[in-house]
Design a protein around this ligand. Structure first.
Ligand SMILES: Cc1cc2nc3c(=O)[nH]c(=O)nc-3n(C[C@H](O)[C@H](O)[C@H](O)COP(=O)(O)OP(=O)(O)OC[C@H]3O[C@@H](n4cnc5c(N)ncnc54)[C@H](O)[C@@H]3O)c2cc1C
Length: 380
């Protein structure tokens, strides 16, 4: 895989990999068990500059040309340590902040984007509602124009980072039932009256990435907190296309962790007088795992490089997510099988890898919705 990266990209990855091995891996099990957010590690990553990969130097970012590929590598490496922690970072440093960079006023960028890049403020992004998941244009959170701003009323579900967030980008409609054209994005500060995190959800995957329900009761949002340029409707969602590459990268990291653990185990675990890795059935599983992983990785990097070159990526981003997310789930299932009974024990991480592997298959759109995206792209 190194032949695909230049020397700077390899050095970026290796430096990050050392941080993951030294700082994140030793904490991953505890974070999964307690479901706690590792704020100290989050702030450390911010101070090291990693949240600025996507952004120009003027806002404290790195101002680099290959930002999508490096961000892909960031998501992958972090997820190798902890998919939950990586999901928090991925949501924060791309999805939740990109709309502010893209459509926010200079004042909003200074107030939210700059501290977010430093790791001092945390962002979330809320589209999904109890009755609007895959059908994201069916949201019912209403926005009404009032003097000096807008009023939001409604609720959201499955919002990642909601409990820890300082600000949330919220999708709302001017007319329920009018579909995409009536939808816009609004930046809501968590201190705003009428806004509430109504319930933290208990889930079996990515424990240390919080997921919650939100409620908005007559929440006032000033005029300049209207993001997405006003009236661009579904274009606001289209800006999320590149995030599918990053979700694919989360899956790559999770898949790698499971593959590497299973390989080590197959070399150590003895049955019938030899390591189980000497049995052809186990070897074939490991070879299939590695092939799936490398194929998904190559394609995900390819999609990220297309994004860096400014090419259309709707088809490639969706395909990368299908390959990596479904592939990671399959790899983790095979890893669990290689671990035998120990795979089902909470003291071995392989059950965590499998639980976490469901997140990339659903977060950011299910694999079947990705297939629909690709089907449209090929004229079906
Ligand atoms: C851990 C987690 C974190 C999340 N974080 C966020 C977040 O931060 N912000 C946010 O806005 N959302 C978030 N989501 C929501 C996520 O994007 C949705 O769960 C996802 O888009 C699917 O929506 P749904 O759960 O309502 O399922 P549904 O849309 O009800 O789908 C159920 C099933 O029906 C299938 N299906 C639906 N429509 C079709 C169709 N047209 N053709 C074929 N099959 C179809 C789906 O593939 C799926 O298998 C998160 C979800 C999870 C689980």
């Amino acid at each position: 895989m190194d032949s695909y990266l230049n020397a700077d990209q390899i050095s970026f990855r290796d430096g990050l990999a050392r941080w993951v091995d030294e700082r994140l891996c030793p904490r991953a099990e505890e974070l999964d068990r307690t479901g706690e957010f590792a704020r100290d590690l989050f702030e450390e990553l911010g101070s090291l500059g990693y949240f600025g990969i996507m952004y120009p130097e003027a806002y404290g970012g790195l101002g680099i040309a290959d930002r999508y590929l490096l961000y892909t590598i960031l998501c992958e490496e972090l997820a190798r340590g902890s998919m939950g922690f990586a999901a928090t970072v991925c949501m924060h440093a791309s999805t939740a902040t990109n709309t502010i960079f893209k459509w926010g006023s200079e004042e909003l960028r200074q107030k939210y984007l700059v501290p977010a890049i430093q790791g001092k403020k945390i962002g979330a992004f809320a589209i999904t509602e109890p009755n609007a998941g895959s059908d994201a244009a069916a949201i019912r959170t209403r926005v009404t124009k009032v003097d000096g701003g807008y009023r939001l009323n409604g609720s959201k579900i499955f919002t990642s980072n909601a409990v820890i967030a300082d600000f949330i980008t919220v999708a709302a409609t001017t007319e329920v039932g009018a579909g995409a054209k009536a939808i816009n994005l609004f930046l809501v500060d968590k201190e705003t009256e009428g806004f509430k995190v109504s319930r933290k959800l208990d889930k079996f995957t990515t424990h240390c990435s919080d997921t919650a329900e939100l409620s908005f009761e007559d929440v006032f949002v000033p005029d300049d907190c209207l993001l997405s340029g006003g009236g661009v409707g579904m274009k606001a969602y289209e800006s999320l296309t590149v995030d599918r590459i990053f979700t694919a990268a989360l899956a790559l990291g999770g898949g790698r962790a499971a593959y590497e653990a299973a390989l080590r185990y197959a070399q150590e675990r003895q049955q019938f007088g030899k390591p189980i890795g000497k049995f052809q059935a186990v070897q074939f599983k490991l070879v299939d795992m590695l092939s799936t992983l490398e194929q998904a990785r190559l394609f995900t990097y390819h999609a990220a490089q297309m994004a860096d070159r400014g090419l259309p990526i709707t088809r490639e981003a969706a395909m990368a997510k299908i390959l990596a997310a479904d592939g990671c789930n399959d790899i983790c299932l095979k890893a669990l099988n290689i671990f035998g009974g120990y795979g089902l024990m909470m003291e071995f991480p392989v059950q965590r890898y499998l639980r976490d592997s469901f997140f990339p298959m659903i977060g950011g759109g299910t694999s079947d919705i990705m297939r629909l995206v690709v089907a449209r792209q090929i004229g079906l």
